[in-house]
Design a protein around this ligand. Structure first.
Ligand SMILES: [Zn+2]
Length: 450
């Protein structure tokens, strides 16, 4: 006899990122998301180039309890050297909510016999990241998830529902079991260009009257950092470009495609060219034509006011070659500074030595403010800005709902039980009509009917 549905959290518990949620009904088990967390615990052992060995990744991560000790999940290859024996898969499917590393980064260790469901755009993003980087997501039985189309996994039915997040093609999910329904938000926000998707998600989930809601809480608890909407970022960049006579430089997260689109539109309005890295150009080229992304998507070679910065290198990869002929270099950007908005990652700041922006040129930091005061990247960043006399401007829209927005979602959905995850402050959820249960890692919670 079936024991009834359970929810178990193997990651994302009292930490940001690393969600690993198992919904089970008897032997039918589905895993939602599978990546490393951004917790200090991970970085206490692995950071920069000190990473798990590719010959024994699961063994190395298990050593520090950084990956779940879960039979029937990992590939034989990933298990080499570990004390977990390879066995038949014990999961019917994995659903990945979106392409961020903390939700997809461990896929490369998964048994290839377990089907992996992702949105079409997410699949393209993961392919592009594999082609132009050193991260691998493994060979899988990939299945493309479609908005609102249910997927049956044994006794469970999973419905992917799109939400707004700082990467397009993000999903939340409804999981229908024979004995109740669970909803999972994934990572989501209500102030981005696809805010309407989140509104619709909340509506659909509320109409389903789920018994449990698994909700991300990145911004629950102390949240002193300034946050703008995507439209607010656009307005800020517009204002800054209006009063800038020469080069403007900006840094955004490499896969924040909405931000690239925002910067591009601001550049168009200011009569400038957005100049992007070859890596960004490759990513934009790979996702063009997939519905659900920014519209219009800046595409190298076809969008106006868009150029590719082909920085000098001794050797170019095959994926960089298409951008070399029409690419611009430091000399070109220096000459045309007044007509450029240059997107430049911190790791390529050495280009500033050739670019030599006039002092007081603006630098737009279009990413989160640092979490701590002794952030190394932040210190180095400011040393470079000071050296070149660039002015720092913080302009960012978070990928996550604020606490009042989360509380409103919970009141609207009104589940019996709320499990806050992807947060360091699950206890910050308070004053709500539902029972809030900060989950413990590895404890199966029976689904309780509302
Ligand atoms: Zn995310």
């Amino acid at each position: 006899m079936s024991k009834g549905p359970t929810i178990e959290f193997l990651g994302g518990v009292r930490e940001i990122g690393g969600n690993k949620i198992v919904v089970s009904e008897g032997d039918d088990r589905v895993l939602f998301d599978f990546g490393p967390s951004f917790s200090p615990r991970y970085e206490a052992f692995f950071y920069n180039f000190l990473q798990p060995r590719s010959t024994s990744p699961v063994k190395d991560l298990l050593e520090f309890d950084l990956i779940p000790r879960e039979p029937g999940l990992y590939s034989e290859e990933a298990l080499v050297g570990s004390d977990l024996p390879p066995e038949e898969p014990r999961f019917g499917a994995i659903f990945v909510s979106h392409a961020h590393y903390d939700h997809a980064g461990y896929l490369g260790y998964v048994d290839p016999r377990i089907p992996v469901h992702v949105g079409r755009g997410t699949r393209r993003l993961l392919e592009a990241i594999e082609e132009s980087g050193y991260r691998g997501y493994g060979a899988h039985d990939w299945r493309i998830a479609h908005d609102g189309v249910p997927v049956r996994v044994g006794a469970l039915e999973v419905v992917p529902l799109p939400v707004d997040h700082s990467i397009p093609w993000a999903y939340g999910f409804l999981v229908r079991t024979p004995n109740g329904t669970v909803a999972y938000t994934g990572d989501f926000r209500r102030h981005g260009p696809r805010a309407g998707l989140t509104d619709r998600f909340v509506e659909l989930v509320a109409a389903e009257r789920p018994d449990a809601l698994i909700i991300e809480g990145t911004r629950a608890g102390p949240d002193a950092r300034r946050n703008l909407s995507e439209a607010g970022v656009r307005a800020g960049v517009d204002r800054l470009l209006e009063k800038t006579p020469d080069l403007a430089v900006a840094s955004a997260y490499p896969r924040d495609i909405d931000r690239l689109s925002t910067l591009h539109q601001a550049a168009v309005r200011a009569g400038r060219d957005l100049v992007v890295s070859m890596k960004t150009a490759h990513l934009l080229t790979r996702i063009q034509g997939v519905p659900g992304g920014p519209d219009p998507l800046p595409v190298p070679g076809s969008s106006p006011n868009l150029r590719v910065y082909a920085r000098a290198k001794k050797r170019y990869y095959a994926w960089e070659e298409p951008f070399l002929d029409d690419g611009v270099d430091a000399t070109w950007v220096r000459r045309h500074g007044a007509k450029c908005l240059l997107s430049l990652d911190l790791m390529h700041f050495a280009e500033l030595i050739d670019l030599r922006p006039p002092s007081n040129s603006p630098y737009i930091h279009s990413m989160s403010e640092p979490f701590s005061e002794d952030d190394v990247d932040d210190r180095v960043l400011h040393n470079w800005l000071e050296h070149f006399g660039l002015g720092y401007h913080q302009m960012h829209a978070s990928g996550h709902c604020s606490y009042p927005e989360l509380a409103e979602v919970i009141r609207t959905v009104a589940p019996k039980t709320v499990y806050p995850i992807h947060t360091e402050h699950p206890e910050a959820f308070h004053g709500l009509p539902s029972e809030v249960v900060p989950p413990e890692k590895g404890v199966p919670y029976p689904l309780r009917a509302r």
